[in-house]
Design a protein around this ligand. Structure first.
Ligand code: ADP
Length: 323
């Protein structure tokens, strides 16, 4: 279990992480999602004792990282695979971790096999590794101490599609065995297949969190009708207090459920050609909107220094926004 409470990290006047609270539960894969610069790495560096928070705390199974007697046995960490010592071989890298954690020597060969690095690759220096191989080595280092918690920053970077699939299966198995997995990404599609829960961060602040199922439901509905009835549909949705945004491809995205939208269309005498939950495309759109909104809020806040920030606007729009 990872428990983050009121975590804040300031660099000078800039808040890289701003009052972030969430938990990553055992048995689940938690995806930590946000655009570049949102504060994911900084949060993970605090969790793993590399950065001191300005305020708030991050605990692993109830303990601060710094208080863990043998941290590698409790939490496996992969933050920056390209930061591994370039002059060591893969095997040496793992052997150092094995000795530091007081593990049997056989763990090194076991981990090489687990992450699919061959004997020949293990003897090569890390400077000659591709980014994908470095990610595999980083995951081997994270797993070698048989921890209950994994914290991985953008682990899919540099992996080919087969590698991404392999890592998903590995993380799924780890969580299914009762482990806690927190992994970050700036791309929803990289983590949405494997994540059970999602925490979305924008500009240092959490903008959405919940189970993937709940968030998918909140991602709304996609609905389509003929060109001549589109305005009537949008008007009916608005009249019912729902959002409605028209996409470039002629579809309308709304926060109503498919049932509500179908009933409204029927009473407005609008024939529909498509009606379905917006699924991950809707989720992506919602996240982009939310994280963009948090950037705008921050910009407003800077411009009006000394004045309270304006309340977040709803995401309503009727303009023909591009899809
Ligand atoms: P992410 O991992 O989501 O891409 P980061 O946590 O790396 O985001 O960065 C969050 C913000 O904090 C960014 O604006 C970044 O420039 C800033 N930042 C990160 N590390 C430092 C640092 N050591 N000094 C100053 N600013 C930093």
């Amino acid at each position: 279990m990872i428990t983050i409470e009121g975590l804040t990290k300031a660099y000078g006047a800039q808040l890289a992480v701003d009052d972030v609270s969430f938990t990553a539960a055992p048995g689940r894969v938690t995806g930590f999602l946000g655009p570049n610069g949102a504060g994911k790495s900084t949060s993970m560096r605090v969790m793993t004792g590399l950065t001191r928070p300005t305020s708030g705390s991050a605990r692993i199974d109830g303990h601060l990282f710094a208080d863990l007697p043998n941290p590698g046995r409790e939490v496996g960490v992969l933050l920056d695979a390209s930061a591994q010592h370039a002059g060591r071989t893969g095997r040496e890298t793992l052997a150092i971790a094995q000795r530091t954690m007081g593990l049997p020597r056989a763990r090194v060969a076991q981990m090489l096999a687990t992450v699919g690095l061959t004997e020949a690759e293990a003897e090569r220096r890390v400077r000659h590794y591709s980014l994908g191989m470095r990610q595999r080595l980083g995951i081997a280092t994270a797993l070698i101490g048989d921890p209950r918690v994994l914290i991985l920053d953008e682990p899919a970077n540099g992996l080919d599609p087969a590698g991404i699939r392999w890592m998903r299966d590995l993380l799924r198995d780890f969580a299914d065995a009762g482990g806690t997995v927190l992994l970050s990404s700036h791309l929803l599609h990289e983590i949405e297949v494997v994540a059970d829960d999602l925490v979305v961060i924008g500009n240092g602040r959490i903008v959405a969190q919940g189970s993937k199922a709940e968030l998918l439901e909140a991602a709304g509905t996609l609905v389509r009708t003929g060109e001549h009835t589109r305005d009537r549909l949008v008007a009916a949705l608005h009249a019912a207090g729902l959002t409605a945004s028209l996409h470039g491809d002629g579809s309308v995205h709304t926060d109503g459920s498919p049932e509500e939208v179908g009933a409204l269309a029927l009473s407005a005498h609008v024939a529909l050609t498509e009606l379905r939950s917006a699924d991950s495309a809707g989720l992506e759109e919602m996240f982009l909107e939310l994280t963009a909104q948090s950037q705008r809020d921050a910009a407003d806040h800077e411009h009006q220094a000394g004045h309270p920030a304006a309340p977040a606007e709803s995401t309503q729009s009727t303009e023909g926004a591009a899809a």
